[in-house]
Write a protein that binds this ligand. Structure first.
Ligand SMILES: Cc1cc2nc3c(=O)[nH]c(=O)nc-3n(C[C@H](O)[C@H](O)[C@H](O)COP(=O)(O)OP(=O)(O)OC[C@H]3O[C@@H](n4cnc5c(N)ncnc54)[C@H](O)[C@@H]3O)c2cc1C
Length: 347
């Protein structure tokens, strides 16, 4: 939806195709980093939520915290983010169609997309923003063949549950435990989100029980809604576009939610895809337009996501090595290192 809003602001005619479940919810830590908030502001999307002043890492005996230098981020329920994006898209005249992409064929002039194995819509371009298990990615032949292979043991999954209580902190608290991480994000005046990243089979309750300081905070708080899950998180792609089909957000491949940057990067990729499309020649049947745009997008995608992916990759590698136990102690002992890392995430 952010891509659609950006496209309308760039003067393009645009339709959004999405399954009917409005407003959209999903497993997410729901922390909009300052950079993500700035991008939403550029689109004039202003969701309600709870300020996030910075990030705090904790283990059983160490704490490191840093407050964002350039102003806060915001914890925002995904349903509220979805509502505010839809509202803005409606104001701009974005057409929304209910349904799932089930087929996709492109030629030199455009793309024919099949909805729910029935109706077909024709467009000049498609931006696939359909998440971790993207159908558009698969249909465009961009899934890496190694997808789904490799050891099950190393795969990571995400879970999220809300608890009804007033946030006790304006920081996103990340509890590093043995083999998993728990993220606590204030998302409203009386609502706290708990997200867990770790191996398959881990439950939110077991993860919380493994972090006594957090279990004590949540004791007696009522869960709000059910547990949502996502994964496996790692999704590989050959490329981020093929001809007139460009991928943005998790659909464009994903590493891990460890740094809580998914939405910021997704918005930056969506903006890059819109720039490429808005700058491509109009209405021509030249066979080279699609491949040129995909190559241009590949460069812009790397600019939008490269640093973040390298940073997430490095932290992920450390978290899976014997260095894991040193992450929070080092962050506490060397505040300048932690501050630099958090400011990278905040951009
Ligand atoms: C546990 C966890 C915690 C996280 N915490 C954070 C955090 O704190 N901050 C942060 O920035 N990021 C976080 N992330 C990452 C973030 O959630 C994602 O990066 C972000 O949601 C990606 O947005 P997206 O639009 O690409 O995909 P999604 O948000 O998954 O949206 C995909 C959309 O595509 C639709 N769709 C799916 N299939 C089809 C189809 N066939 N046809 C049409 N539509 C379809 C879906 O209904 C959905 O609306 C977290 C992720 C996890 C798993």
């Amino acid at each position: 939806m952010a891509a659609a809003i950006g496209a309308r602001l760039a003067g393009l005619r645009v339709s959004v195709l999405e399954p009917r479940h409005d407003p959209i919810d999903k497993a997410c830590g729901e922390g909009l980093m300052p950079g993500a908030l700035a991008e939403l502001e550029r689109l004039a999307v202003r969701p309600h939520g709870h300020p996030i002043a910075g990030i705090c890492y904790r283990d059983s005996s160490h704490t490191a915290e840093h407050r964002f230098a350039g102003g806060p981020g915001r914890g925002v329920r995904r349903t509220e983010l979805s509502r505010s994006l839809h509202e803005r898209a409606g104001e701009l005249g974005v057409q929304t169609l209910d349904g799932r992409v089930s087929g996709l064929v492109q030629d030199a002039r455009g793309v024919s997309t099949t909805i729910d194995r029935g109706a077909e819509i024709r467009s000049r371009w498609v931006i696939g923003c359909d998440g971790l298990h993207s159908t558009v990615r698969r249909l465009a032949g961009l899934d890496s063949t190694t997808q789904g292979r490799g050891p099950q043991a190393g795969r990571r999954y995400g879970l999220r549950r809300h608890y009804r209580l007033a946030p006790w902190s304006d920081l996103v608290e990340v509890f590093w435990s043995d083999g998993y991480e728990v993220y606590v994000t204030p998302v409203d005046d009386e609502l706290v989100g708990v997200a867990v990243l770790g191996p398959r089979g881990l439950s939110v309750e077991a993860a919380i029980a493994g972090v006594p300081a957090l279990a004590a905070r949540l004791a007696g708080a009522l869960p709000d809604g059910s547990v949502a899950g996502a994964g496996p998180l790692r999704q590989r792609v050959w490329a981020h576009g093929s001809g007139r089909v460009l991928l943005a957000g998790d659909a464009a491949g994903y590493l891990d939610a460890l740094t809580g940057e998914g939405m910021r990067i997704g918005f930056a990729q969506a903006a890059a895809a819109v720039r490429v499309i808005a700058g491509a020649p109009d209405g021509a049947t030249d066979l080279r337009i699609g491949p040129r745009a995909a190559a241009d997008y590949e460069r812009q995608w790397r600019r939008a996501s490269g640093t973040a992916n390298r940073f997430t990759g490095a932290l992920l590698a450390a978290s899976r090595s014997p260095l894991r136990r040193a992450i929070v102690p080092v962050a506490e002992r060397f505040p300048v290192v932690f501050r630099t890392a958090v400011e990278v995430i905040a951009r």
